[in-house]
Design a protein around this ligand. Structure first.
Ligand code: 5RP
Length: 290
């Protein structure tokens, strides 16, 4: 081929497209996804193996849960999986619709077989901090209304003691400053290391949840008694809900960038190991690339 042919923009595009087709899926993925995304994907891909035909499935919110929604969408489109998904946020609802997952509201299905969601932190008892993505209220309602809750995560979110991640607390906008002051005051008497509370912002404006509430993030550094803290916080009148999920999660699937996964079941006291073959999920990475 003459040098002139490569110089034309169209020829360059063709050449790039050819090279892309030639690249193996795993190489494409390696070139595109960060190690943390690969770990999140591996956890999500393994978790959807628990979804069976006819199930009502709670769909979590966040970047890890988004992988799970994409995996389920692929199973619906390609394998004919029949499920009803109950999304935990407007963001997840939009993604699930794009992926072709039939959706229902919690009021329509009333109870769920399984919820799969991400977390900001989890401890050895599978107690969680959630709400980094601002969806803790719907997430807690949906997870509590499920026979099983499965958390999908990368290994970095496992902690010995909850609290390094700021604890989100959803509060009604009315009188939020008073609510924040009351929360700060009650923290003084509790087994936590920090007492700082900050209104979550979205640029120059307070962040609004799907329910039209605000979020106050508590920098506690160490939560000595998560169960007690959760109960006490929810007694403050302006508090709607907090991001501590106590005795709600049944299983955690921890993904690694190399595709290996660990599945811990707190009720059965079992630990299982498995491996995800990234090549089999080529279509999903194409979706991600497009
Ligand atoms: C949203 C959440 C998310 O599950 C949590 O923030 C984890 O998100 P990601 O998977 O993006 O790390 O609780 O409210």
């Amino acid at each position: 081929m003459s040098r002139g042919a490569f110089d034309s923009p169209l020829a360059k595009l063709r050449e790039l497209a050819y090279k892309r087709r030639e690249t193996e899926p795993e190489q494409q993925m390696n070139a595109t996804l960060s190690p943390i995304d690969k770990a999140k994907f591996a956890a999500a891909r393994r978790a959807v193996d628990a979804v069976e035909d006819g199930m009502r499935v709670g769909l979590g919110t966040g970047s890890t849960a988004a992988w799970m929604v994409r995996c389920l969408g692929e199973m619906v489109r390609t394998d004919g999986l029949r499920i009803q998904g109950v999304p935990t946020s407007s963001r997840t609802a939009a993604l699930a619709r794009d992926c072709g997952i039939p959706l229902a509201t919690l009021d329509e299905v009333k109870w769920l077989d399984l919820t799969i969601d991400g977390a900001d932190e989890f401890d050895a008892d599978l107690n969680l901090i959630k709400g980094g993505g601002g969806a803790l209220l719907q997430e807690k309602i949906v997870a509590t209304a499920s026979d099983q809750m499965m958390v999908i995560s990368d290994a970095a979110k496992e902690v010995a003691t909850l609290g390094a991640f700021p604890l989100p607390v959803e509060v009604v906008p009315f009188g939020w400053r008073t609510t924040k002051a009351l929360v700060e005051e009650l923290l003084i008497g509790l087994d936590v290391m920090g007492h700082e509370a900050a209104l979550r912002m979205n640029g120059d404006h307070p962040y609004y949840t799907d329910e039209g509430n605000h979020i106050i993030d508590l920098s506690l550094h160490r939560i000595g008694n998560p169960r007690q803290l959760s109960m006490v916080l929810n007694q403050v009148p302006g508090v709607v809900e907090n991001g501590l999920f106590i005795d709600i999660c049944d299983r955690v699937v921890i993904g690694q960038p190399d595709g290996s996964v660990e599945i811990r079941d707190i009720n059965a006291a079992t630990v299982e190991h498995d491996r995800i073959d990234f090549c089999e999920s080529e279509n999903l990475f194409r979706d991600e690339l497009s």
